[in-house]
Ligand binder design. Structure first.
Ligand code: AQP
Length: 339
């Protein structure tokens, strides 16, 4: 298949570190589906990134298939665009090694996500977690992608990717890697944990009650929302009343994002009510969005071989783009040709 080269090329990645959550959906996947119009998209299940923290091998394989099925169920089209798993395209690791030698330790030391993810025991974190942003730069630049949809938390990594591209171009006296533009996707979306409104909802959070998975059945969704942490006051009638109330703000934010309404409109309708009634309305809305996705994911997962075939086909299309770009980067560095 020849790829469409006239459209701006977008690279998007998600880790198969668990079942995708409502946070992943509102912050990333829903936007990815929309970006398919007008762009040539490369969607990658980033298993190399996932192993920067421990992953049980069998679980990782299953989660990679599940992530691919969920993406397709959300509306990613693996025929018109490219969907694959990162480890299947060697160019990512090859370019990441070159970037490990371009990026400076001082740059990596400033990355706040490493500090957050490594936690208190930094000495015990993997070296992979530390150089994660270099691999992310390689993911994007191996395709000469110029746009990357990111949330606020990833902006710092994109700046680093641009620094790496510029330093490579400068060191080797070329204009080879393009500048990358972040595509900041709307206000929707930083979805917080249902147990703690100050912590982001994460697929790897040890508490199952903290998140809504895209594969949860309707009863599980309703129960998790009913049990979500709130405060005793009723919902305010205006957004200013959400200040200092992170749990209330989170639930209202989820409602607004799913209903595609401004927060003020949600509060104009539900303000003054207790959380009981609001949670019921929210559960109905979440179920209306997620039930069809969960059903389609289950249907796709009934044939794991077919999912793997989709990923392999995507990988060979991805490699056809990335291999020549990385071979040229290697030539510029001074490596002898591979073949
Ligand atoms: N809670 C969230 N709200 C909004 N967006 C979110 N994203 C993740 N969590 C939220 C967005 O999802 C995309 C893919 O994320 P990732 O898998 O690459 O890594 P992550 O951000 O670390 O996601 P998780 O779910 O928290 O995974 P784990 O638990 O493995 O660390 C990104 O675009 C991200 O912004």
């Amino acid at each position: 298949m020849t790829e469409n080269t006239a459209l701006p090329r977008i690279f998007s990645g998600i880790q198969p570190s668990g079942v995708p959550t409502l946070g992943n959906y509102l912050g990333a996947l829903r936007n990815w589906v929309r970006l398919q119009e007008g762009h040539a998209c490369i969607f990658c299940v980033v298993d190399l990134h996932a192993i920067t923290v421990w992953q049980e091998p069998r679980a990782l394989a299953a989660q990679t298939r599940e992530m691919a099925a969920s993406l397709i169920a959300c509306g990613i089209d693996p025929e018109r665009h490219i969907l694959f798993h990162q480890s299947a395209v060697r160019a990512h690791a090859q370019l990441a090694w070159i970037f490990n030698c371009v990026a400076r330790l001082g740059w990596l030391n400033r990355m706040t996500q490493f500090k957050d993810k490594a936690g208190k025991d930094r000495e015990a974190a993997s070296a992979g977690l530390y150089v994660y942003p270099n691999l992310m730069a390689a993911d994007i630049l191996a395709y000469h992608a110029t746009r990357v949809p990111v949330g606020d938390d990833q902006k710092q990594h994109l700046e680093l990717a641009n620094d790496i591209a510029q330093k490579f171009n400068h060191d080797y006296g070329v204009d080879f890697f393009p500048a990358i533009e972040p595509l900041i996707m709307g206000p929707a979306a930083r979805v917080m944990s249902l147990r703690d409104g100050t912590k982001k909802m994460s697929k790897s959070d040890p508490s199952e009650q903290s998140r809504i998975n895209l594969t949860d059945d309707n009863d599980a969704i309703a129960l998790k929302i009913r049990r979500a942490k709130t405060d005793p006051a009723p919902l305010p009638s205006e957004p200013v009343g959400l200040e200092g109330r992170p749990e209330a703000r989170n639930l209202v934010g989820i409602y607004a994002a799913l209903a595609d309404l401004p927060t003020a409109a949600v509060l104009a309708e539900h303000g003054g009510k207790g959380f009981g009634a609001f949670k019921e309305a929210l559960a109905a809305l979440v179920i209306a969005h997620l039930a069809p996705i969960a059903a389609e994911t289950r249907r796709l997962l009934a044939d794991p071989g077919a999912i793997e075939a989709v990923l392999r086909a995507g990988a060979s299309r991805a490699a056809a783009i990335a291999d020549p770009i990385v071979a040229e980067a290697e030539r510029l560095v001074g490596f002898l040709a591979r073949a």
